[in-house]
Design a binder for this molecule. Structure first.
Ligand code: ADP
Ligand code: ZN
Ligand code: ZN
Length: 686
């Protein structure tokens, strides 16, 4: 008798597939009646199975079916159960996860299994049938009228034409100033693609769904009767399964999601859109540290379909791609709404105009003007809490976290000092822990303190704060933005949360209170990010035509470095000039996108252990064209009592780096060390 062996991916740190014997009748899970005899099925790649693993049972994915195995038959175990009622995951999907596993140097199982909804893997308890029935009812009864498509301007039309041309794999960069109508280009491209092919699915990636519910509402209004599936990390598991199934079964034609949606199963995918493609949230920063944007490009190439990267401030990687004609560039230079113009950006020199409570006299008058005309002001301060640190003047004590290289942030409202890195909390001390001085002073200011000052300076104004603290409860962020949209807010103070794609209608003043810190950061990407943030937050102003008797829309930047080129580029709304300078710098310094990088991180109780491990790792034989740097402590060396160090490896050739790292990881695995280590490809935070 011919035996069948299944090669199965399991979510374990071991970098291999696992062989099991297939011996019917294997138990079938799902919704077969317990009294019926087990149907005979043949195993297929992409099916989910349950297998014994050590003393537990694990869920795995069949990758391959084989007639021979290297595992001794005495050790061979049988597959316990199979989920047969689910359409197997496609070869295309398996190839995507295999690519991600190879590229990011992780075991296939650690990539593929976490990409699936939890409930799909809970083979014993969850009935798929119920989900499938629920799904069948969705989307069928929507006979609402679609909202009309606005007439596109020439630049928008050109972009839609380029995107929907049947050219197979084409990466597009849609570069358009804030308010230039990129969303409209996406929607009309989607519409065309869906019309061309009755089965077509499109994937739209956004940095944050919860912060921009407007976008989802737009899509629903424009495509009534079409099933929209949303995928993001904030969903309940049951809901997640339903939406995932809708995509997997081809029922959902539009899939709107955050980075994790990039790994969803979509059998008829015909277009991928990555909105705000420069946004750091497309990079996963733990576990499988993948870039959803880069995977989007790979998947589009594999499927031979177009992919659109859209931004007002493209990442330098993508911009370089357009300059070198690897990406097809479409530009939207004007705001789409008639007579809506970009705000005037003005710099306020903090050395000359002294602020009180963090606000310069010029900014205070600008806010007053808006209050008089019932227009809104938005103040951007990327620092939550009341004050970044509490200090004692008498002895120099400051509130430091005992577990991290960081200060404890003062949260005055709930009488706490809080570490934003490890979560440590303390009551605010009544007196200095070292000298007993009772006059402890908050140093610097965060959004809570600004909110307090604003309320004192403008007692009649409605001041409102939006940051991670004020929106901790589920759904509260959406409600908060709703309040701003309804006009129930005069002055909005917030962190980068308020910069995202909101279309505030009465907002004519934006101010950046203290953006300078990022100018001198050790992280070479800090200025690229700051510029993108400031452009984005500035873009909230003046999105509609100036009202009669209303104020011109303006952006005020308070800075100690008024001559910094970054602020000059901001004043001129000139991303291109800024990008040109930065790219030149990067080329001279041999940094990405002209160089490819991998980072080995090590964590240990003592910094020295981590450094020693990295030294040993650095001494490994390298390949030609690989540069090995010195091990260094990370900028934030200690988090939650763990010391961290890193070692950067670089190469001008991506394949060379890939080949080296693969071999290197093999060697690192054989090194006996208690240090916890991980390798990151294309790191963004170094
Ligand atoms: P972006 O995504 O580039 O910031 P949006 O797509 O949000 O810009 O568009 C900004 C505003 O312009 C929205 O209010 C939108 O409805 C409007 N708009 C977009 N395209 C057009 C058009 N062709 N005609 C009129 N208004 C438009
Ligand atoms: Zn003291
Ligand atoms: Zn801490």
């Amino acid at each position: 008798m011919n035996e069948l062996f299944l090669r199965i991916a399991l979510d374990t740190p071991l970098d291999s597939l696992f062989d099991y014997r297939w011996e019917p009748p294997t138990r079938v899970v799902g919704d077969t009646d317990a009294n019926e005899s087990v149907p005979v099925i043949s195993p297929q790649p992409g099916q989910l199975v349950v297998v014994p693993f050590g003393r537990q049972e694990l869920v795995g994915i069949i990758i391959e079916i084989a007639s021979t195995t290297k595992v001794p038959l005495a050790k061979m175990k049988n597959v316990t159960a199979v989920r047969s009622e689910l359409v197997p995951l496609s070869n295309e999907w398996l190839a995507l996860t295999q690519f991600a596993a190879d590229y990011y140097q992780r075991p296939l199982g650690e990539v593929a299994l976490p990409a699936l909804p939890k409930n799909l893997k809970a083979l014993k308890t969850v009935s798929l049938q119920r989900g499938l029935k629920k799904l069948a009812k969705l989307g069928d009864h929507n006979d609402a009228q679609a909202t009309a498509e606005p007439l596109l301007n020439t630049e928008q039309q050109n972009a839609v034409n380029a995107i929907t041309e049947p050219t197979g794999f084409t990466p597009h960069l849609l570069f358009g100033v804030t308010g230039s109508g990129k969303t409209e280009v996406y929607l009309q491209s989607v519409s065309k693609i869906l019309q061309q092919d009755q089965q077509a699915q499109v994937l739209i990636l956004v940095p944050e769904i919860n912060l921009t519910p407007q976008f989802e509402a737009h899509i629903r209004a424009r495509f009534p009767g079409i099933l929209l599936s949303t995928l993001h990390s904030g969903m309940a598991e049951g809901e997640r399964l339903l939406h995932w199934l809708a995509a997997h079964l081809g029922r959902a034609r539009i899939i709107l999601g955050t980075r994790l949606a990039m790994l969803a199963s979509m059998p008829h995918l015909k277009l991928i859109i990555v909105d705000e493609e420069h946004d750091p949230s497309y990079k996963q920063q733990e576990g499988l540290r993948y870039s959803a944007r880069d995977l989007a490009i790979w998947r589009a190439r594999q499927l031979n379909i177009p992919v659109v990267l859209g931004s007002a401030t493209p990442s330098l990687e993508s911009w370089q791609g357009a300059l070198s004609s690897r990406y097809r560039l479409s530009v939207l230079r004007e705001r789409a709404v008639k007579n809506a113009v970009l705000p005037v950006v003005k710099i306020i020199n903090l050395e000359r105009e002294k602020p009180s409570e963090g606000l310069t006299p010029r900014l205070i008058s600008a806010i007053k003007l808006r209050l008089e005309t019932s227009e809104q002001s938005l103040l951007f301060l990327n620092r939550r809490g009341y004050a970044p640190v509490l200090a004692c003047d008498a002895c120099g004590w400051i509130s430091q976290c005992t577990r991290c290289t960081a200060n404890l942030v003062l949260h005055k409202g709930d009488h706490r000092l809080r570490c934003h890195h490890c979560g440590l909390e303390q009551r605010i001390p009544r007196s200095c822990p070292t000298c007993g001085n009772i006059d402890l002073q908050p140093l610097g200011r965060g959004t809570q303190r600004m909110e307090e000052s604003l309320a004192a300076i403008f007692p009649d104004a409605k001041v409102f704060r939006i940051d991670a603290d004020s929106t901790r409860l589920k759904g509260s962020a959406a409600a908060a933005f709703e309040r701003v949209h309804d006009g129930d807010v005069d002055i909005l103070i917030g962190t980068q949360m308020v910069a995202k794609g909101h279309d505030f209608k009465r907002l004519t003043l934006v101010a950046a209170l203290n953006p300078d810190a990022a100018l001198f950061s050790q992280d070479y990407r800090a200025s690229e990010r700051l510029f993108a943030q400031l452009m984005q937050v500035s873009g909230r102003a003046g999105r509609t035509a100036q009202k009669e008797g209303g104020n011109m829309s303006e952006v005020l930047v308070q800075t100690r470095y008024p001559d910094h080129p970054l602020y000059h580029a901001l004043m001129a709304h000139n991303y291109e000039a800024f990008a040109k300078d930065l790219l030149q710098e990067r080329q001279q310094a041999q940094l990405p996108p002209f160089m490819y990088q991998a980072l080995l991180r090590a964590e240990a109780k003592e910094l020295q252990q981590a450094i020693d491990f990295l030294r040993e790792a650095a001494a490994c034989q390298t390949h030609v064209g690989i540069t090995m740097n010195d091990p260094i402590p990370m900028t934030m060396t200690r988090i939650a009592n763990v010391d961290r160090a890193q070692l950067l490896v670089e190469s001008a050739s991506r394949p060379a780096l890939q080949a080296f790292v693969k071999e290197w990881i093999g060697t690192l695995r054989t090194m006996k060390s208690k240090v916890k280590w991980s390798v990151e490809i294309d790191p963004v935070d170094i």
